[in-house]
Design a protein around this ligand. Structure first.
Ligand code: DGY
Length: 466
């Protein structure tokens, strides 16, 4: 069965006006339960049968509201495959996944054989993804503090165990991925951004000459209703060629920096790191971490905000990625440009400019949108495509990030509107991976775990909630 067709179920069950919150809660919790395995949760029933890094972080954030210890296990299971460099791999392979269900598989990555830094116990990919984890750990802490003392003390223990792992992860990003100390994280592959086929990467990818890619079959296309929802074959050839190049370096950071043709300062990833460092600072408080760790984290926060400041584009009213190889900005209008909202600490003027961009017809103010939610790529960008993955569809996890950032910035009314519109969209379309922005049609995979997870967090965070 094609995965997208299973959306009919979720859609059917919760359509017909917004369901009462308790129904929405139990529907969302049901998605996480059905996708759950022993200690972690598949991002989607068939399209993504392994553990993905940032999916897991969002999943833990949602589970924090239904089952705190399950939420903690989700992250512990991911971090048990952390590389000795501190890197948290973007995929931890599930040895029990059905054969030929996902490509590139563990064999193609071959990371345990190639790199002495990869874990022996599990096969992983050689890349990483945006570091939402500390934000999720902090949510686990917040939700358990509200409960009885025994849960709070278990959560404190979880924080103590995980603080060093999170610190190593952030240190890896602040050093190996930013040898220039620019405050901006360098990615080696569009998959690291989490926004795989975004027009942000068109320029830097075009500059990569594609060599001989060993033959492969795309299993992802079996799991969606229509191939147009996913990246194209030409994009996949480039993705796989970059993977071959990384393997040639045996995933050695210094060599990658020296020879790899795709090195880009990703503003969205960098902003998430700043927000995650703020969460880590709170965790550091809770576990009474040494002053030098706290100072280090604060330095990363300041440096990150400074780096993002330098990527501001006045004409677009957005922040733009920068190609390390050429020094050029990637002139694409995408939701990544709202990075400074996520990293926080903005002055009133820059905040107003960003909000103006958000409300403009280039994003959430486009008159034909089904819901006033920002498309992943602006309909005014030449790379826009309303059905293709990160080229236009609306993503509930992105709405969550913007909502959470608006709240942190004190923009409560606007945050509340975004929360309501996101929930309305899900009430109509189910817990899909992403949505066609003009029709609200659910696209990609149905029953997507992180969509259900952010719904749980949004439902728990209404103005009437404690
Ligand atoms: C996919 O397979 O679509 C992922 O985004 C790559 O990690």
């Amino acid at each position: 069965m094609k995965e997208a067709s299973s959306q009919g179920g979720a859609h059917g069950e919760i359509s017909g006006g917004q369901p009462p919150e308790s129904t929405a809660n139990s529907l969302a919790a049901g998605v996480l339960r059905r996708n759950g395995l022993k200690s972690w949760t598949r991002p989607a029933p068939t399209l993504y049968p392994h553990q993905w890094s940032w999916d897991s972080a969002f999943i833990a954030l949602g589970l924090a509201h239904t089952d705190n210890s399950r939420a903690a296990r989700e992250l512990e299971s991911l971090f048990s495959s952390q590389w000795s460099t501190g890197k948290v791999p973007h995929i931890v392979f599930n040895p029990e996944a059905p054969p030929r269900s996902y490509f590139p598989d563990a064999e193609r990555w071959n990371s345990s054989a190639l790199s002495p830094h990869a874990p022996d116990s599990r096969h992983t990919s050689g890349l990483c993804q945006p570091p939402v984890h500390a934000i999720a750990v902090n949510r686990i802490w917040e939700t358990s503090r509200e409960q009885d003392e025994s849960r709070a003390s278990r959560a404190r223990e979880f924080l103590r165990d995980n603080f060093p792992r999170l610190l190593n992860w952030h240190r890896y990003l602040a050093t190996a991925r930013d040898p220039e100390e620019s405050g901006l994280v360098t990615i080696y592959h569009p998959w690291e951004s989490g926004t795989d086929n975004s027009p942000r990467w068109d320029g830097p990818l075009e500059a990569v000459p594609v060599g001989e890619v060993p033959s492969y079959t795309r299993y992802d296309l079996q799991h969606v209703a229509d191939a147009s929802h996913r990246p194209t074959d030409a994009e996949y050839d480039r993705f796989l060629w970059l993977l071959e190049l990384l393997k040639q370096t045996r995933y050695e950071e210094a060599e990658i920096y020296e020879s790899h043709p795709f090195l880009v300062k990703d503003v969205f990833f960098s902003a998430i790191l700043v927000a995650a460092n703020e969460a880590l600072l709170e965790i550091a408080e809770a576990v009474d971490a040494p002053d030098e760790d706290r100072e280090q984290i604060q330095t990363w926060i300041n440096r990150g905000r400074g780096g993002l400041d330098g990527c501001w584009d006045q004409e677009f009213g957005l922040c733009l990625d920068r190609n390390v190889r050429t020094g050029e900005a990637s002139r694409a209008r995408t939701i990544a440009g709202f990075a400074p909202l996520i990293s926080g600490g903005l002055g009133r003027n820059q905040m107003d400019e960003l909000l103006q961009t958000l409300d403009s017809p280039a994003f959430a103010g486009h008159p034909e949108l089904r819901w006033p939610l920002p498309p992943s790529t602006s309909p005014e960008d030449p790379g826009f495509h309303p059905r293709s993955y990160w080229r236009g569809p609306t993503w509930p996890v992105v709405n969550w990030l913007l909502w959470w950032s608006l709240l942190r910035a004190g923009e409560t009314e606007r945050a509340e509107r975004l929360r309501r519109d996101t929930l309305d969209q899900l009430a109509e379309g189910g817990f899909a991976e992403y949505f066609e922005p003009f029709t609200g049609e659910p696209l990609g995979s149905g029953e997507q775990s992180w969509t259900a997870a952010v719904a749980l967090d949004l439902l728990a965070s209404g103005p009437d909630e404690p």
